[in-house]
Every structure is written in structure tokens, then in C-alpha cells.
Ligand binder design. Structure first.
Ligand code: 5GP
Length: 134
């Protein structure tokens, strides 16, 4: 099991943003911006997004699109940016990052913004509330 499988299963805590039977979205613990979210399939055979079977691949992007709409509604931003890296965690995930400028999608950003647990929880709750309206 990967760390992200354990997060999706609730075995490791996370700030949940949205979930469905097959997919899960939660705040990145080291965010580039408030509302930076990771979207994952609950179960993966392969950690490289372009190796996913078609159904999982299409479902993941459809779910991510809904989550992006919820983020846009909850977090003041110009756009929600998308990135797929997977350099660190071997479990397919899509980054959704609320953008004010293109620099907000720079993974080398230093220092990164920091948020209290209360701020993270409030951000996740705001996105989840918008997601549930979709
Ligand atoms: P990547 O694999 O896409 O290069 O980077 C992994 C991302 O997952 C990083 O942005 C990192 O902050 C985030 N991350 C790594 N471990 C955890 C974790 O245990 N919980 C959460 N919420 N995010 C994590």
C-alpha cells in the first residue's frame, strides 16, 4: 500500500476535499498556494498516470474537473492550474493549484506559504462544501 492509498482509506489523516467510490481528493501537506489539492485514484496498479487503464484515467480526470470547479468556487483565484509530476510519491496523483500568477505553479517556490491546521481544515471544508453543491 502507498502512503496515498492509506490516506484514501482513512488510515492516515488528511484534509479531505472530495471523494467518490473510486477517487479521493485532499489538500497537499506542503502547498504551493491555499487550496492546493491532490486528486488520486483509490487503487492503482501503476504510479505513472499515462499507464492507467482507460476507465481509471478518464474517471480520474472527470473527477479532477469537478474538484477544480469546487476549488474555483471556494478559493479566490484566476484559474485552477494542473500539474502531474509524481517525482516523490509513487501513486498517481494530479495537483490542482489555485493560481493568481503563473509563479504559483512553480514547485521550486521558496519559501512556500504555510498554513495552520485550522486554516487547512477551513480551506478543505470550504472546498468540500462547494463540491457537494455540484
Ligand atoms: P510529486 O510526487 O507530485 O512530485 O509530489 C508529491 C506531493 O505530495 C508533494 O507536493 C507533497 O507535498 C505531497 N505529499 C507528500 N506526502 C504527503 C502526505 O503524507 N500527505 C499529503 N497531504 N501530501 C503529501
Amino acid at each position: 500500500m502507498t502512503i496515498f492509498s492509506k490516506i484514501a482509506a482513512g488510515e492516515i489523516p488528511s484534509y479531505k476535499v472530495a471523494e467518490s467510490e473510486d477517487f479521493y481528493a485532499f489538500l497537499d501537506i506542503n502547498p504551493l498556494a491555499a487550496g492546493h489539492t491532490l486528486v488520486i485514484p483509490r487503487h492503482v496498479e501503476d504510479d505513472y498516470i499515462f499507464n492507467l487503464d482507460h476507465e481509471t484515467y478518464a474517471g480520474l480526470w472527470e473527477f479532477a474537473g469537478k474538484v477544480a470547479k469546487a476549488i474555483k468556487a471556494a478559493i479566490p483565484c484566476k484559474r485552477v492550474g494542473v500539474a502531474v509530476l509524481g517525482m516523490e510519491v509513487p501513486h498517481t496523483h494530479i495537483h490542482l493549484v489555485p493560481l493568481q500568477t503563473e509563479g504559483d505553479l512553480d514547485f521550486r517556490k521558496s519559501p512556500k506559504p504555510s498554513f495552520t491546521p485550522e486554516q487547512m481544515a477551513a480551506t478543505a471544508a470550504a472546498i468540500l462544501s462547494e463540491y457537494e453543491k455540484l
